[in-house]
Design a protein around this ligand. Structure first.
Ligand code: GLN
Length: 499
């Protein structure tokens, strides 16, 4: 059962071939079998999950009308507040914090009867691309346990890829859903900014952060997307509009006559050969399905990475000021009548990791008087230029495409001491966040040189998320008929069952 898609599991639940308690228990067993190796979870909420599952089974037995994903298990990135369940954002500074409330995403999941198995590992405060910046140790890529699963939502992506959960939630500030999806051979979507409520999503960079779905297929991902999206009065940046019909789009999957724009700046030099080969092949498949492929020029994308690594640290230096040893989690150094400032400094020194400190310092510098215009102000101007580039490109094409990441999964430890090399991995995903639009990564096959998954990225204008699913479903269907099944069915076997 655990090797099926969420849509198939939902059908089996509806037909009463299996109960949610059984399905949940099977996933908990899988976690016990493989998570010692993968380390996707920071916290497994066995009792909570089984209780949620039993409640769904009771409602089903009573003949109540249920949401399509009722009773399906899910892994939740530890950046989202869940009432009474440890929530750390991958940071030691939040160790021991149990939120007194649910984030809106969690409330929506609970209302839909989705069973939350536990909280997944992540780069501390979502700052990173490999999950190695977690305060609790790295997560390992199920395709090759010596490699990273990408990040920052590496725990969520690895959980889905290792069949520990059919679905997961991540968050994407600069690529943290799409890039780990690419590196673990699954589907991940960063919805339009404002489409999913940020209430209860621990803030990294508020103008860029957005939670979104992971699944093993485009349809599964769409089903989860529809559950978590929607207007929320508790989030001032939430868009007051109806949720695009992404499930219908994922079911139609037609690209005949669709104009697909290949971004000139997001390919070629710096992209691994096998990544480029799978990307070109996917383009040919889309063309054979009747799509029209055009090339588009986005000259300002050259500056996207530099702008992002000023804006995101600037916003984080402000957002992380709330971790002051008074309100949440860790508190050290308050023996012997130490001043509030001394306790704050000692707690932050002990609680924040190196990358978080680096970014707070960078952001504080970029925002300081005398430097503000030169750094933060210039970065905001680049952001406007990127929005303009997208506008022109979307006038010529319905969706835009690129490889999701320039390389396949790299070795644990390979880039962790070289932040610049790590930042370069975000080159293709960051422009989406700067412009507030939406993007998907779906598996495009394995790179010839290392047999590791390659991601294909699709981008669409704000609130046109259904276009991602329409094009994604078409490509997914074409690729699976070529391979005789979806990519993930070919994932290397882990201990505890062949996949
Ligand atoms: N890797 C990027 C960063 O380190 C993006 C992270 C994210 O999307 N949360 O900021």
């Amino acid at each position: 059962m655990i090797f099926k898609t969420a849509a198939e599991m939902a059908t089996s639940l509806a037909n009463k071939e299996v109960s949610s308690v059984e399905l949940t228990q099977s996933h908990l067993d899988r976690i016990t079998a493989v998570d010692g190796d993968v380390k996707a979870f920071l916290h497994v909420d066995k009792e909570g999950a089984l209780a949620q599952a039993a409640a769904v089974d009771a409602n089903r037995a009573a003949g109540k009308s249920l949401s399509p994903l009722a009773g399906i298990p899910l892994a939740l990135k530890d950046v989202l507040a869940q009432k009474g369940v440890p929530t750390t954002a991958g940071s030691k500074i939040l160790q021991g914090w149990k939120p007194p409330y649910d984030s809106t995403v969690v409330s929506k999941l609970k209302d839909a009867g989705v069973v939350i198995l536990g909280k997944t590992n992540m780069d501390e405060f979502a700052m990173g691309s490999s999950t190695e910046n977690s305060g609790y140790g790295p997560t390992f890529n199920p395709w090759d346990l010596t490699r990273t699963p990408g990040g920052s939502s590496g725990g969520s992506a690895a959980a889905v890829s290792a069949f520990e959960a059919p679905l997961a939630i991540g968050s994407d500030t600069g690529g943290s859903i799409r890039q780990p999806a690419a590196l673990t051979g699954i589907v991940g979507v960063r919805p339009t900014y404002g489409a999913v409520s940020r209430f209860g999503l621990i803030a990294y960079s508020s103008s860029l952060d957005q939670a979104g779905p992971f699944g093993r297929t485009v349809l599964d991902t769409a089903m989860l997307h529809e559950i978590i999206a929607g207007h929320d009065v508790k989030d001032a940046t939430s868009i007051n509009a109806s949720v695009p019909s992404v499930v219908a789009a994922a079911k139609s999957g037609d690209v005949k006559g669709m104009k697909i724009g290949v971004i000139k700046q997001l390919q070629g030099e710096g992209y691994q050969k096998g990544v480029q080969t799978r990307f070109t092949e996917s383009l040919d498949l889309l063309a054979s399905l009747g799509a029209e492929i055009v090339e588009v020029d986005c000259p300002s994308f050259e500056f996207a990475l530099a702008a992002y690594y000023l804006i995101a640290p600037s916003e984080c230096s402000s957002n992380l000021a709330r971790f002051d040893a008074m309100r949440y989690g860790l508190r050290t150094g308050d023996e012997g009548g130490a001043s509030a400032e001394a306790v704050m400094a000692a707690t932050r020194d002990a609680g924040f990791g190196r990358e978080v400190k680096r970014r707070i310092i960078l952001g504080t510098y970029a925002l300081s008087s005398g430097y503000y215009d030169a750094y933060y102000g210039s970065a905001q101007k680049i952001r406007t230029l990127i929005i303009e580039d997208y506008k022109k490109a979307f006038a010529a094409a319905d969706v835009l495409v690129s490889p999701t990441a320039p390389t396949t999964a790299y070795k644990i430890g390979e880039k962790v001491d070289d932040p610049m090399a790590m930042y370069l991995g975000d080159v293709a995903t960051i422009p989406v966040n700067l412009a507030g639009i939406c993007g998907m990564s779906l598996p495009a096959g394995l790179a010839d040189e290392d047999n590791l998954p390659v991601g294909f990225q699709i981008m669409a204008p704000a609130m046109q998320d259904q276009r991602l699913y329409q094009a994604g479903a078409a490509l997914e269907a074409a690729l699976s008929s070529k391979w005789g099944g979806t990519l993930i069915t070919k994932a290397p076997a882990l201990k505890g069952g062949a996949n």
